[in-house]
Write a protein that binds this ligand. Sequence first.
Ligand code: NAP
Length: 267
Amino acid sequence: MTSHTVQKIVLIGAGRLATNFAFSLRKKNFRILQVYNRTREPGLRLANQVSSLFIHDIKDISPQADLYAIAVSDQVLMEVAQQIRLKNQLVIHFSGTADLALLDPCSSNTGILYAPQTFTYNRKGGFLGIPLCIEARNDRSRKTLADFASVLSDNIYHVGSAQRRALHLSAIFAGNFTNFMYAIAEEILKEADLPMTLLEPIIKKISAGAAKKDIFLRQTGPAIREDHTTIRDHLRILSEKPEFRDIYQLLTESIIHYKHRKENDKL
Ligand SMILES: NC(=O)c1ccc[n+]([C@@H]2O[C@H](COP(=O)([O-])OP(=O)(O)OC[C@H]3O[C@@H](n4cnc5c(N)ncnc54)[C@H](OP(=O)(O)O)[C@@H]3O)[C@@H](O)[C@H]2O)c1
């Protein structure tokens, strides 16, 4: 099934998000007319993988597509958008933070498709089933984008700019920072000659709990117990790793302050 108004797509970028997006499009039988990328090799590879045509000059973008999807790094979105001039075809970006207005030079119909997910080159799943948050410049863009996005996922949200930014910020805490915590745990275990699999049950339990309400009520560990003996011991063990030690200290203090604030709120 494809969307009624969007069938042909031009993809700008061949990075992590573009790769997941492209494979999801192919699964749903959309036609990717062209893949543009600054660097030839990843662009050509992705174009071949999704039966598309690679273009290396952004000026060669076809005006025949229904949707132009700009999946480049946030820092260069403006620079890339300024090189794309269309009439009223829908142009979107995927950023959780970048302004929608960055796309104004491209077309009169613009939007954002923000997915609070972490995409790597391991594209298992891609966009399918992921919440897709839509922001659009006008009703026409919103309708076209919602119609298109609903083919990729049955989990569509309409958001404003402030909501999209808040969602992105929360995804940094819930996803990116958590992943870094796992990376720290992995390094500590490795140095003790222990496998990361030992933490699988706790990781599963915590992430299952995070899908429910009142997450802080399930906080355990020395910080919430204000067990300063254990905290001191951990800080001593981490004395050789000042960057991890600082994180431990900051999070511990933060948990204790947050606990006290919650207790005071109840009074
Ligand atoms: N990955 C995620 O988990 C995720 C999640 C949600 C939203 N997003 C959003 O998706 C968008 C793309 O992110 P990504 O993670 O896919 O990034 P990425 O994997 O780092 O890929 C970056 C893309 O931008 C291109 N690029 C970088 N500098 C450029 C320049 N100066 N001129 C032209 N193209 C340039 C790269 O081309 P080269 O191959 O030539 O370097 C590549 O195609 C961003 O808006 C990001 O916020 C990403």
